[in-house]
Design a protein around this ligand. Structure first.
Ligand code: GUN
Ligand code: ZN
Length: 342
C-alpha cells in the first residue's frame, strides 16, 4: 500500500453557511493518502509524527475538501444563464426545448461529459442531479460517472402534465422506468452512485404521478428523493389552483408521503411557518440555490428562519437557472443569512 503525506496550506471546512468564512486556515497542513484515498487531514507535524512510515511530499497546491452541490440539472449545462423571464416562462421557452434534445442518447452522453468536466474544474466531488424524462439521459449520466470519481445522486424526471408532450410520461410508465433504473444504478460503483426518485414539481404532476413517486420511495427507502418547492409566487398560486384542498404547497407533497428524512426540496422560498415547521419535523433538506433565485428573480430563501427552526439547509448551483458551477461562488452570494450578533 502506498502512504503519502502531502504537506501544504490546508483549508478544512469547519463551519456553516451563516455569513462568516466557514473555512479554517492551517498554514502548515497535510493530508494522508493511502493508495490515493485521503484517510486523514490536519496540522502537518502531528500527522507526520503519527505516520512515520509515510512519504512526505511538499505541495504548493491549496488542500481543500471536496465540494458538495445538492441541486442541479445536467441537461441544462448548455443553457446556463440563458434569459427567459421568470421561472414558468423560462421553463417553457428555454428549458423544455433544451431537455427535448435528450431524446438523442448521443447528445445526452456529450452533455454528461461536459457537465462532469465543469464540476471537476471547480472542485465539486459530490453532486445531486436531475436528468430529463428520457431513461437514456439517466444511463448517459451514470455511465459517464463510472469513468469519474465523483459521488453522484441522480434520477429520471417524472412529469405527466403541463409540459410539452414529448417530455411527458404516464404515471405507471414513469414508475416502471424509474424502477428499472433503480435496479441498474442504485448503489453501483461500490455505493458511489445513488438513485434519486425525481418528481419534477407539483405543477407537472397529477395525483397518480405523485402516488407513483411515493410508492417507489416507500419500496426503495435508501434511494434519495428530490423535487422543487415554492420557488416563485406564480408557481405557488398555480399549485393552489391545482390542489385547492391542500392548505399550502408542502402539504401536497405531505399528502402523498413525499416529505421525509433526507428528501431534498430545492428553492423553498415562499413558505409559511407551518411549512417550515413541517420540513424540520420531517428532517427534510432544503437546497438553497441563491444564484438561480437571483437569476430568475424568484425571491429570497428564508435561510435564517429555516436554520432557526432546525431545517438542514445545503447549497445547490441549480445549473442552468443558476449562473455558475462553482459552489464557492454560490456560497458567496448565499443571501438571507444574516450573522447572529456576537
Ligand atoms: N422547477 C421545476 N423545474 C425546474 C427547473 O428545471 N429549474 C428550476 N430552477 N426550477 C424548476
Ligand atoms: Zn432545479
Amino acid at each position: 500500500m502506498s502512504r503519502i503525506i502531502e504537506r501544504g496550506r490546508l483549508r478544512p471546512f469547519t463551519g456553516t453557511i451563516t455569513g462568516a468564512d466557514p473555512f479554517e486556515e492551517i498554514e502548515d497542513g497535510a493530508i494522508l493518502r493511502e493508495d490515493g484515498i485521503i484517510v486523514a487531514a490536519g496540522p502537518a507535524v502531528p500527522l507526520i509524527t503519527a505516520n512515520p512510515d509515510a512519504t512526505v511530499v511538499p505541495t504548493e497546491a491549496l488542500l481543500s475538501p471536496g465540494l458538495v452541490d445538492v441541486h442541479c440539472h445536467y441537461p441544462q449545462t448548455r443553457i446556463t444563464g440563458t434569459y427567459g423571464g421568470g421561472l414558468l416562462e423560462w421553463l417553457e421557452t428555454v428549458t423544455f426545448p433544451e431537455e427535448m434534445k435528450f431524446e438523442d442518447p448521443a447528445y445526452a452522453a456529450e452533455i454528461a461529459r461536459e457537465f462532469f468536466d465543469r464540476c471537476e474544474a471547480v472542485g465539486t466531488t459530490d453532486v445531486t442531479v436531475f436528468c430529463t424524462s428520457h431513461p437514456a439521459s439517466v444511463d448517459a449520466l451514470f455511465n459517464e460517472a463510472l469513468k469519474r470519481t465523483l459521488k453522484v445522486t441522480a434520477g429520471l424526471v417524472m412529469m405527466d402534465r403541463n409540459a410539452p408532450s414529448p417530455l411527458l410520461t404516464p404515471a405507471q410508465e414513469a414508475y416502471d422506468d424509474s424502477l428499472a433504473l433503480i435496479e441498474r444504478w442504485h448503489g453501483a460503483a461500490d455505493g458511489r452512485l445513488t438513485y434519486a426518485i425525481t418528481p419534477r414539481f407539483v405543477p407537472t404532476s397529477t395525483p397518480a404521478l405523485l402516488e407513483a413517486a411515493a410508492a417507489l420511495w416507500d419500496e426503495h427507502p435508501t434511494c434519495a428523493m428530490q423535487t422543487h418547492l415554492s420557488e416563485s409566487v406564480e408557481e405557488v398560486a398555480w399549485v393552489r389552483r391545482l390542489f385547492s384542498d391542500a392548505p399550502d404547497y408542502l402539504a401536497v407533497y405531505e399528502q402523498f408521503g413525499l416529505v421525509g428524512p433526507g428528501a431534498i426540496f430545492a428553492h423553498a422560498i415562499h413558505l409559511s411557518d407551518r411549512e417550515i415547521a413541517s420540513l424540520a419535523d420531517h428532517k427534510a433538506v432544503v437546497a438553497h440555490c441563491p444564484t438561480a433565485n437571483r437569476f430568475l428573480k424568484s425571491g429570497t430563501c428564508p435561510v435564517r428562519r429555516l436554520l432557526d427552526a432546525g431545517v438542514t439547509v445545503k447549497l445547490g448551483t441549480d445549473i442552468g437557472a443558476g449562473t455558475t458551477f462553482d459552489i464557492m461562488e454560490v456560497a458567496r452570494v448565499a443571501e438571507g443569512v444574516p450573522r447572529r450578533p456576537d
